[in-house]
Design a binder for this molecule. Structure first.
Ligand SMILES: N[C@H](CCC[C@H](N)C(=O)O)C(=O)O
Length: 276
């Protein structure tokens, strides 16, 4: 099977985007893993699949697979690239695009050729929504990790996020703590792990060890989760610039009852075909 693909990234979080509106194929887990493999395939953090909508009130269905082959609920950087992809491939001429994901409906607003704003929906803090094993919602949670205990925030953006506030992300033990928190039994569906350094109420630095991938250069839902958590703790204003290793995102959250708005860059790297 020969498959056309487009290689894209959003602030360095990279994707293989597959149009299954104009080409027909069934992608198996091993196909996803091959597409994402940086030696035996194309290489990416996530594979994004464009499908026709399964309901009349949205424009597309958007499936997201981590490099390990697992399908997940949401991908913020991928959503921006999705919007650029469907317009540049003439699958729509709309600038406001509604998309169904496994984590809910999101609305993409194309600002210009590269910048896209995404309404990411509301952050959810209830343990059952994350999911997190905890008796009740709390400002933060104490995670037992061997001899040590970690204070983490927990938020769902459709996908699960744990956030650790640190003094300096450059010296944070992302590679050591990331996998141990990702696989912690208190997160039954595993979890993305954000390391947040608050510079001031309108700026943070963030590194994310992503579920199913490892550390990425940027994580859109991770940025939304970190700002929502920081705002809920009184550390951050409503609009925050998030500095990630691969670039920066602008996140706005006006508090409970509001959705999180994310604006950021998109880039097309190359087009190609691959034999699966
Ligand atoms: N690794 C994430 C999915 C991709 C999220 C990220 N790339 C983004 O931009 O939001 C998860 O397992 O929930």
């Amino acid at each position: 099977m020969i498959l056309r693909f487009t290689k894209m990234h959003g602030a360095g979080n990279d994707f293989v985007v597959i149009d299954l509106v104009s080409q027909r194929c069934k992608l198996r887990t091993r196909d996803i893993r091959k597409l994402a493999d940086r030696r035996f395939g194309i290489g990416c953090d996530q594979v994004l699949v464009v499908e026709p909508p399964s309901r009349p009130d949205v424009d597309f269905r958007y499936r997201i697979y981590n490099a390990d082959g697992g399908e997940v609920e949401q991908c913020g950087n991928g959503a921006r690239c999705f919007a650029r992809f469907v317009r540049e491939h003439k699958l729509t001429a709309k600038k406001r695009i509604s998309v169904e994901t496994a984590g809910g409906i999101i609305v993409l607003q194309v600002r210009d050729r590269e910048q896209v704003e995404v309404d990411m929906g509301p952050p959810r803090f209830e343990p059952a929504d994350i999911p997190l094993r905890a008796d009740r919602r709390a400002p933060s949670y104490s995670l037992a990790l061997g001899e040590q205990r970690l204070e983490v925030g927990a938020v769902s953006m459709g996908n699960p996020h744990a956030i650790l506030r640190v003094d300096d992300i450059d010296s944070a033990d992302v590679e050591g703590l990331g996998p141990r928190v990702e696989h912690h039994p208190d997160f039954p569906q595993r979890v993305n792990v954000g390391f947040m350094q608050v510079l001031n109420e309108a700026e943070i630095r963030l590194r994310v060890f992503e579920r199913g991938v490892g550390e990425t250069l940027a994580c859109g839902t991770g940025a939304c989760a970190a700002v929502s958590y920081g705002h809920s703790r009184g550390w951050l204003a409503e609009t925050v610039t998030v500095h990630l290793p691969g670039g920066k995102l602008s996140i706005t959250w006006r508090g409970e009852g509001h959705n999180v708005m994310m604006t950021g860059p998109t880039a097309v790297v190359f087009e190609g075909t691959i034999k699966l």
